[in-house]
Design a protein around this ligand. Structure first.
Ligand code: LLP
Length: 441
């Protein structure tokens, strides 16, 4: 049966464009993550399993710092914890000097639990309720205002804390239309034609407004960096106007998150230098002295995470299907955005006998595939049942978007740091699935 999967034209040369020395290496045809055999990790901790390389997270964070330092700047780097909110990840980044971009009250509480001081947390919510506003005021974190409604209600609640305003600079970018957050059909922020009014109102309300915020979208690379830099220019011009209205200088301008990572071999590395230099240069051109803030999530944790899943079935159906022991309940990006994630056969990375497969999950849904689409079959060394597959670039928006669909517990997560493996999140159990349930009658 194996033969039938074989593609005749294959050269047998494997593509390992994703190798990152010391982080993802191929040794003796096997995948190593942070110098640890990936299959061994799967044996020790079970699958499905998220593996994070803590050292890689630190490296990614440092690269951002260094790119800005090369332009003489020291930005506030707010980690967008929506990308990966494990306490261990947050604590690692706290030690590196990170700040926090939080989007819910509980994200704020988790960041505080991880040890972040409240003055290093900026809450940027949308459709924020009064009860959330009260809790945020009690927690004394900075609030980034998303709407006039929110501002009015903050006034009614006698908000005395620090605030900033999020505006929509009119143009967005992202790897998928779902991840573009500026432009016309977008719910976030104050639109351009009302932004001056927003600052006038904030002043009239006596708010302590320390900054302006934009976030144009998530996962942009290449030419999109130019679109981003145009919005940076516009944002600084709005900040100048806002300072005039408020009659005081801003503390910071926050340019949001969004720097992408290469998920497939045709994508290039994010041009970090151009990005950092671009922001710093535009601040200088305008003579703007406020501190620079940015909110990267994916760039810091994305490539540091690998998702391991086991092969349950290998079978020629109408098409050749590899059935795994996970699905979009654990990594939804392919099914939700059609995102490409490299899939590696951990114990036979460059195997010459290859086939083209649908790599499917174990959920009862047709869309439950790890390929970009159901039609795009993936060329892989032919795996055996029991083999371990690694799905790369799963560190951002992986575990945080996991669900319990089909009553399947969430996977365990391990962090490799300084040569040691630490269990940072236990595997859920049946008890966890029914913990909040009660029987009737
Ligand atoms: N700041 C704000 C206000 C945001 O809404 C986001 C992401 C970020 C920062 C961080 O963006 P990043 O640097 O990670 O691109 N689930 C999608 C991504 C949604 C991003 C939502 N907001 C995905 O898997 O691609």
């Amino acid at each position: 049966m194996r033969k039938r999967f074989l593609k005749e034209s294959l050269s047998g040369v494997s593509e390992v464009w994703w190798e990152i020395p010391g982080h993802l290496d191929v040794r003796n045809n096997r995948l190593y993550i942070a110098n640890t055999d990936a299959e061994k990790l799967a044996q020790e901790h079970g699958t499905p399993l998220y593996v994070y390389n803590g050292d890689r997270i630190v490296e990614n964070f440092s690269r951002i710092k260094e790119a800005f330092a090369a332009s003489g700047a020291k930005p506030r780097i707010h980690f967008a914890m929506k990308a990966n909110s494990h306490l261990a990840v947050l604590q690692l980044l706290l030690k590196q000097g990170a700040w926090i971009d939080a989007v819910s009250v509980d994200e704020v509480k988790i960041a505080l639990k991880a040890g972040f001081p409240r003055e290093r947390i900026l809450f940027t919510g949308t459709s924020v309720s009064n009860s959330e506003l009260k809790q945020l005021a009690e927690l004394s974190v900075k609030i980034n205002i998303d709407s006039f409604s929110q501002m009015e209600r903050m006034k009614q609640l006698s908000f005395k804390g620090e605030a900033s305003i999020r505006w929509n600079p009119g143009e967005g970018a992202g790897h998928h239309e779902h991840t573009i957050t500026a432009g016309k059909f977008i719910k976030f922020g104050i639109p351009e034609h009302r932004i001056e009014e927003a600052f006038r109102k904030a002043k009239a309300f006596g708010f302590k407004v320390g900054g302006l915020h934009q976030h144009i979208g998530s996962g942009w690379l290449g030419k999109d960096v130019e679109v981003f830099l145009e919005t940076v220019d516009k944002t600084i011009a709005v900040a100048e106007k806002a300072q005039e209205i408020l009659g005081k200088k801003f503390e910071f301008i926050d340019f949001g998150g969004g720097p992408g990572i290469p998920y497939s071999k045709d994508q290039k590395q994010f041009p970090l230098e151009k990005y950092a230099k671009g922001i710093v240069g535009k601040m200088e051109q305008h003579g703007m002295r406020a501190e620079i803030a940015i909110e990267p999530g994916r760039y810091i944790v994305g490539d540091a995470g690998v998702f391991l899943t086991e092969v349950n079935t290998v079978e020629e159906k109408n098409i050749p299907v590899i059935g795994t022991n996970s699905g979009f309940n654990h990594l939804v990006r392919p099914a939700f955005y059609g995102s490409h994630h490299e899939i590696i056969v951990c114990g036979n990375v460059g195997g010459r006998e290859k086939g083209e497969f649908m790599v499917a999950g174990n959920l009862c849904e047709t869309s439950d595939v790890f390929n970009e689409t159901k039609q795009e079959l993936r060329e892989l060394p032919i795996p055996k049942e029991g083999d371990i597959l690694a799905i790369l670039n799963a560190g951002a928006y992986g575990y945080v978007m996991a669900s319990n669909y089909n009553s399947r517990p969430k996977p365990a997560c391990v962090m490799l740091l300084n040569g040691k493996a630490h269990l940072v999140s236990k595997r859920e159990t049946l008890e966890d699935l029914v913990r909040l349930e009660s029987e009737v009658g």
